[in-house]
Design a protein around this ligand. Structure first.
Ligand code: SF4
Length: 96
């Protein structure tokens, strides 16, 4: 499992995500990011690869909505590398 999923604050969107995840696991499957460290890699190239993996995820839409609902600003969620959002938010305002 995407290691950043632990400890997230609950939202309706996350509840929907967890339901889909449970359905996948009940059917004997796993989400594509399960045990894939690229989703939380510090290497942007690995995160780009991870984002491509998300295209095959049955929870893609729910994952994206959940990540946005809780303001995730790093790592890959729903096929998007959100790390650039963090870099912009923490960038030196005098650097522009
Ligand atoms: S969309 Fe990507 S990050 Fe989200 S659960 Fe699926 S594989 Fe994991």
């Amino acid at each position: 499992m995407h290691r950043a999923l632990e400890g997230l604050s609950p939202t309706v969107e996350w509840e929907t995500f967890w339901i889909i995840r449970a359905e996948v696991e009940d059917a004997g499957g796993t989400l594509p990011c399960t045990d894939d460290p690229r989703h939380t890699s510090d290497d942007p190239r690995e995160r780009a690869e991870a984002a491509e993996v998300c295209a095959f995820c049955p929870a893609l839409t729910a994952c994206s909505a959940a990540a946005l609902s809780s303001g995730e600003d790093h790592y890959v969620w729903g096929g998007v590398d959100l790390s650039p959002r963090r870099r912009k938010a923490t960038a030196d305002p005098d650097a522009a």
